[in-house]
Structure formats: C-alpha cells, structure tokens
Design a protein around this ligand. Structure first.
Ligand code: KG4
Ligand code: ZN
Length: 332
C-alpha cells in the first residue's frame, strides 16, 4: 500500500510517498529557515504563509520523484500535532482535500512519535518492546514502546526542549539560528573542562530540564563580556563544548536509566538533536557498555520529514485506526 505523508508542523513543508510503511519512494523537504534566521527563531506567520505557497509544488515534486500517479495512493497520513497551529492547519487542510478528492482514507498522526518511527524506514528489524528518546526543537521525551499503538510516555522536559536550548544558547552567543549545527561545530574546537554547566533534575530520575542551563550560559557570557569587554571565539568554543557535553551526558544518563527500569534491550533515538555526531558517538559507547542495541535514523531522517509521518500513519491504519474529515489539530 502506498501512503502519501504530509508534514508541516514547524518551518518545513514536506511530502513523501512510502510503501508499506517501510520503503521510501520519495521524501521531499523544503524549509523556510532562511526567512527566520534574522529573527533568531521561527516566526509562525512566516512559516505558515510559506507552507501555503509551497505545499502543492512539494506534493507534485514528491509524486514525480516517486514515479507514482495519484491512483496508486491508497492512504493519506498527516501530522495533526503537536506543532504551530497555522502550519498544522495548512497540512491538515491539504490532506483532507487529497483524501476527499481521491476517496481514500485519512489518518492524523503524532509528530513526536513519528520521529522515533523514522528508524523503521531504513529496513532495520527492531524488536518490541523498546525505549525511545525523542530530542527535537519542541520536545524531549522518553517513551516505553510495546507496539506502534501501545506507547507509554515515561518523561518529558519540565521546561525548554533540548533543541530549544541549543537554539537559545546560540542566540545568546550571537551564533544564529538553528543553534544545534553551529554549536556542534564550535564545540569540536572547545575545551569542555574550562566551564562547568549542569542540567540534572535531582527530584525526578527520568525528568529533563534545559531552561536552567540556558540561563547559566546567559549569565556566564554576560559576566565575561562585562569583565573582558568581548566574548572571544575561544570563549564561545569552550561554552559550546561544555554546554553540549552536559546536555548529551544528561540525555544518555536518563535514557540508560529508562532502559534498565523497563528491562529492554533496544533503544531508539529520533528528532533533530539526534543529528549531533558527538551525541551519536556517546550513545553508541554507552549502549555497548550497558549491553543495549542503539538505533538512530540517518541524519536526513532525524530532521522533520514526511516519510516518518507516512510510515507511522500506515502502521496505525493497519491496526484499524483512521481519522475523518473532522480531523483537527492536536497541540498537546
Ligand atoms: O526535529 P526537528 O527537525 O524539529 C522539531 O520537531 O523541533 O528539530 C530541530 C531542532 C532544532 O532545535 C535544532 O537546533 C536541533 O534540532 N538540531 C541539532 C542539530 N541539528 C539540529 N541539535 C544539536 N546538534 C545538531 N547537529
Ligand atoms: Zn520534529
């Protein structure tokens, strides 16, 4: 069965065609990031306007690249949330039109869960149950997964998401948006031992909190500027290295605790932050040490894309789930 997936939860517009939830026939992604950069973060109004202007072109490109005609599409899967309201509505309206026009079923899926589903798109055979960590611009969540429709949320961030912290720290240091890739680059040349940051949550062994570390970076940078008049490249590199190391260690530590608690052998990662190479290396190392199999999507599938939406939608549809034309956004 060929499923057409649509993803418009943030600043990307993506349409994909995926066969039987596993084989990607096409996965076209365009982003409006360039238009947000000068504002230091995503401007929802700009994002949704760009999505409205581009979604039909992206869909045409995806169909063409897959070599698929409309008659072969048997299911439409769309991100119904969480995400930016206006952006979600563009994708949902487009999906409804497709479903109605072609008389094919429609399914709305959760964006966060789709992030770890991305692992199933690369022909991996992964046994249930497993623990999944999603670290993106909007979420940092740990799940216990027994099946595609039996998913327990173990913990989520108490405040800022992990990727959001990367973006805010980059903004504080004047490094631009998005923050993750540029912090990763600078961290490579920095000394993580020069400054000490912390983001542990003592009260909850699985809980995450990234707002405190962002504020600590803000005060540290302000103090440096105050005493030395200027934040040097060396300082910025050391701050990035220390910030990144602290965040990664926290993600690894909590994920391993979750795996031990739930007695699983597999851990799946997903979301934009998982594109970070130091994080991937550190997870590999910790997994070997703790006798776990660790899975992460290829770099491209870590970021927002419609293939993960098409794939996960197919799995839910196979289990009997379906939406209708009353499908609405779900911001939770
Ligand atoms: O999953 P995603 O594409 O969108 C959301 O669902 O939010 O994640 C975007 C987030 C941004 O906050 C970005 O800074 C972060 O992922 N990110 C990274 C890296 N690449 C992207 N964070 C750390 N290291 C990276 N290499
Ligand atoms: Zn995402």
């Amino acid at each position: 069965m060929i499923c057409l997936g649509i993803e418009t939860s943030c600043d990307e517009t993506s349409v994909a065609l995926v066969e039987n939830g596993r084989r990607i026939l096409s996965n076209v992604v365009v982003t409006s990031a360039d238009f947000h950069r000068k504002h230091g973060g995503v401007i929802p109004e700009i994002a949704s306007r760009m999505q409205l202007q581009t979604i039909d072109l992206v869909a045409k490109a995806a169909l063409k690249e897959a070599g698929v005609n409309l008659k072969s599409v048997k299911l439409v899967s769309v991100t119904s949330g969480p995400g930016l309201l206006g952006s979600l509505l563009v994708g949902i309206s487009f999906a409804k039109t497709f479903s109605y026009g072609l008389s094919i079923p429609l399914i709305g899926v959760n964006h966060v869960i789709s992030h770890f589903y991305a692992n199933f798109l690369e022909n991996k055979s992964i046994d249930f149950p497993f623990v999944a960590l999603v670290a993106s611009g909007g979420h940092t969540s740990l799940f216990y997964v027994k099946d595609f429709n039996k998913i327990e949320l173990l913990s989520a961030t108490l405040d800022d998401a992990c990727g959001e912290a990367f973006d805010k720290v980059a903004k504080i240091l004047g490094l631009g948006y998005p923050g993750g890739p540029v912090i990763e680059k600078l961290a490579l040349k920095g000394n993580s031992g020069k400054v000490k940051f912390n983001c542990s949550v003592k009260k909850n062994e699985l809980g995450f909190s990234f707002s405190g570390i962002k504020t600590a970076v803000l005060y540290y940078a302000k103090d440096l500027v105050h005493t030395k008049k200027k934040l040097s490249t060396g300082h910025a590199r050391d701050i990035c290295a220390s910030f990144q190391k602290t965040v990664i260690e926290t993600l690894v530590e909590k994920s391993i605790i979750a795996c031990k608690k739930k007695k699983v052998k597999n851990i799946l990662l997903g979301g934009g932050v998982i594109a970070n190479k130091s994080l991937r290396d550190r997870f590999k190392e910790a997994s070997i040490k703790n006798n776990l199999d660790c899975f992460f999507p290829s770099m491209k599938l870590c970021m927002d894309n419609a293939a993960m939406i098409a794939g996960y939608g197919f799995q839910l549809f196979k289990k009997g789930y379906c939406s209708n034309l009353y499908l609405n956004h779900d911001l939770t």
